[in-house]
Design a protein around this ligand. Structure first.
Ligand code: SF4
Ligand code: FES
Length: 256
């Protein structure tokens, strides 16, 4: 028996087996432009997206087809560069790692800039205060003159000690989800402490005492209230709160 080919328009539009069908979605985006005025406003866009599209794909579609003035940061589009952290339905996430189908697309998806940093335009915030704290903890190797003749040897156990905090991509999702940072922009914030942790517990580094002194400041680790917002927000799955606790402990015990 020969199978008949169904060439009707209906059959052509049918998703292939296993394919997630396209759907319509509305994005409600917080807008701001210093050229328009001092207050932010909301814009809604309803678009048709592919079943596997991410929030970043939707933002691109809106920018390319509906409103070229919509502004947001992105670079790698694959969760590596850390430039597209934003609040999506009230939670800090990377737009390039958030599937539309996973954020209740039956209702408008609320997209806002991350909190606690000055908004420059739409979803773009001024990251300078964030990077200023990062620079303060000296995110580089400090070697006090005991350079080995060939290479710095490190056991796998020693490497394991700070493995988690090496994964940071400096997206600021943690720091901008922290209520202490919202109310006091002077607080170093989780990301700076995570990156200090990465060096403090590295057996090859000699700058732990200096870094702990810096973080012993009134705006340092002791401002942390252990709310776990940072751990929940981290797109890299870093145990941020645990890292902060370990730095606090090292400050007291001087064991690192
Ligand atoms: S610790 Fe996680 S959330 Fe914080 S800046 Fe690094 S990658 Fe982003
Ligand atoms: S665009 Fe690079 S992490 Fe999302």
């Amino acid at each position: 028996m020969t199978a008949t080919l169904d060439t009707t328009a209906e059959a052509e539009n049918k998703p292939a087996a296993g394919e997630i069908p396209s759907f319509d979605v509305t994005l409600k985006i917080q807008r701001f432009s210093p050229e328009v005025g001092p207050d932010p406003w909301w814009d809604e866009f309803t678009i048709t997206v592919h079943g596997t599209d991410r929030v970043l794909d939707a933002l691109h579609k809106i920018k390319w087809e509906d409103d070229g003035t919509l502004s947001f940061r992105r670079s790698c589009a694959h969760g590596v560069c850390g430039s597209d952290a934003m609040r999506i339905n009230g939670r800090n996430r990377l737009a390039c790692k958030t599937l539309l189908k996973d954020v209740n697309p039956d209702k408008p998806i609320i997209v806002e800039p991350i909190k606690g940093l000055p908004v420059l335009k739409d979803l773009i915030v001024d990251m300078e205060p964030f990077f200023a704290s990062y620079r303060e903890i000296m995110p580089f190797f400090i070697n006090k003159g005991n350079e080995p003749s060939k290479e710095h040897l490190q056991s796998s156990e020693e490497r394991e000690r700070f493995d988690d905090t090496t994964k940071c991509i400096l997206c600021a999702a943690c720091t901008s989800s922290c209520p202490v940072f919202w109310t006091d922009g002077q607080y170093f914030g989780p990301a700076a402490i995570v990156n200090a942790h990465r060096f403090i517990f590295d057996s090859r580094d000699d700058g732990a005492t200096q870094r702990l002194e810096i973080l012993n400041d009134k705006e340092g680790v002791w401002r942390c209230r252990t709310t776990f917002n940072c751990t929940e927000a981290c797109p890299r799955g870093i145990e941020v709160t645990k890292a902060i606790q370990e730095v606090k402990r090292a400050m007291i015990t001087r064991a690192f």
